[in-house]
Design a protein around this ligand. Structure first.
Ligand SMILES: *Cc1c(COP(=O)(O)O)cnc(C)c1O
Length: 401
């Protein structure tokens, strides 16, 4: 026996809801007589057995834990899938998923515009183990088709992409992957299942950093793997048990509280982001704005569920120096390496998230020196707009001195 399935209902998930809003609102909610309304944090590393052959649902918290299971039930239900497999971080989820899918000699085709940590994992951890990757412009289907070989097991894309917000056509890329016998993995961190359902668009697996919008409050790191392929989920759980990267019950519990407002937050934050994208596009100090509806409005409308996410990026005229001045002059927008929280967050990728790439590698990932990434929060859109205007004006004054 390799591993035991933990795909049992946690008792803190109410099946039967079809709508994403209801599934989220009732995340981790008890129903049976006498159970707590809110799923408890089960703070125990181990669980009692009534005999050596016990088949109890939980035995040891590296393998499974009731609080983590409650989160897994919800994250699976959000994509009409069996329970998710949850991890300590998004990158732990990506690592376990890739270890479950590839072995030495296999090949990965990865979008060039992906989270920097994904690139680092493929190039600096998996490549030395004999798993090589080719990076392509995933919005160019001919390029994806040309990169796939008989050794390709995985096509990995992120859409909308970080930080360029370009949109990949998941149906088309799924067809290319499947024709080659590979699986399509989608990093759905920016939109989450509330705004995009990759499995219904042809993807085989969704991987999400729950650290970002799903938690939504910058308090709980986590990652999830969702698929309708039970054998693959079993393999991912086996890798998690063998490598020890399960999420803690506290972080699963905090994430469950965040999920309750996920659709509301994402809709409100997306609507502010869209308004700010329009405002910035009309600003004389801004050269270019990146947002899914600008990158590919038809595909964004077809692929997203009524909103396009809280993340936008804009290029300041004057390049590196100008962008650094604007980043330094923002007051309400917080300068951090993060997206997805209720606060508006700003990042200068060239000096922060993508600083250890060469200028050529940055250019290939679409990260220009003047680019600023904004994760729009729940403050009033007027306040965020005023902060951006003031910072752009301050930066222009400083430049003129
Ligand atoms: C943050 C992030 C990750 C990695 O998640 P962690 O929880 O920080 O490990 C992966 N993909 C995307 C798109 C991200 O933004």
């Amino acid at each position: 026996m390799t591993t035991r399935t933990t795909a049992t209902a946690s008792g803190f998930h109410e099946p039967g809801f079809a709508s994403i809003d209801s599934i989220c609102c009732r995340a981790g909610t008890g129903a049976a007589d006498g159970t707590p309304l809110v799923a408890p944090i089960v703070q125990s590393t181990t669980f009692c057995r009534d005999g050596v052959d016990s088949r109890a649902a939980h035995q040891y918290s590296r393998v499974s834990n009731p609080t983590v299971s409650a989160l897994e039930d919800v994250l699976g239900a959000l994509e009409s899938a069996p329970p998710a497999v949850c991890f300590s971080t998004g990158l732990a989820a990506e690592t376990a998923l890739l270890l479950a899918l590839v072995r030495a000699g296999d090949h990965v085709v990865c979008a060039r515009a992906v989270y920097g940590g994904t690139t680092r994992l493929l190039q600096q951890v998996l490549a030395p183990l004999g798993i090589d990757s080719t990076f392509v412009d995933a919005t160019d289907e001919a390029a994806v088709a040309a990169a796939v070989t008989t050794r390709t097991r995985v096509v990995l894309v992120e859409t909308p992409a970080n930080p360029t917000l370009e949109v990949t056509d998941l149906r088309r890329v799924a067809d290319i992957a499947h024709a080659a016998g590979a699986r399509l993995v989608v990093d759905n961190t920016f939109l989450t299942a509330a705004l995009q359902q990759p499995l219904s668009l042809g993807a085989d697996v969704t991987v999400t950093s729950t650290t970002k919008f799903i938690d939504g409050h910058s308090v709980a790191p986590g990652g999830s793997v969702v698929s309708r392929d039970e054998a693959l989920l079993e393999r991912v759980r086996f890798v998690r048990k063998s490598t020890g990267a399960i999420q803690t019950p506290q972080h699963a519990w905090l994430t469950l509280q965040g999920i309750k407002t996920l659709p509301l937050r994402l809709r409100a934050q997306s609507s502010s982001a869209e308004a700010l994208a329009r405002r910035l596009a009309a600003h004389e100090a801004v050269e270019r704005v990146h947002y899914p509806t600008i990158a590919d409005p038809a595909l964004a409308a077809a692929q997203h569920l009524g909103a396009h996410g809280a993340v936008l990026a804009f290029e300041v005229r004057g390049g590196l120096a100008a962008a650094r001045r604007v980043a330094g002059a923002l007051r309400l927008c917080r300068l951090v390496e993060h997206v997805g929280s209720v606060e508006t967050l700003v990042t200068h990728p060239a000096s922060m998230t993508h600083a250890d790439l060469t200028p050529a590698a940055r250019a290939a990932a679409g990260v220009r020196d003047g680019l600023l990434r904004l994760s729009v929060g729940l403050e009033s859109v007027a306040d965020i707009g005023a902060d951006l205007d003031a910072a752009l004006a301050t930066a222009a004054l400083e430049a003129a001195r």
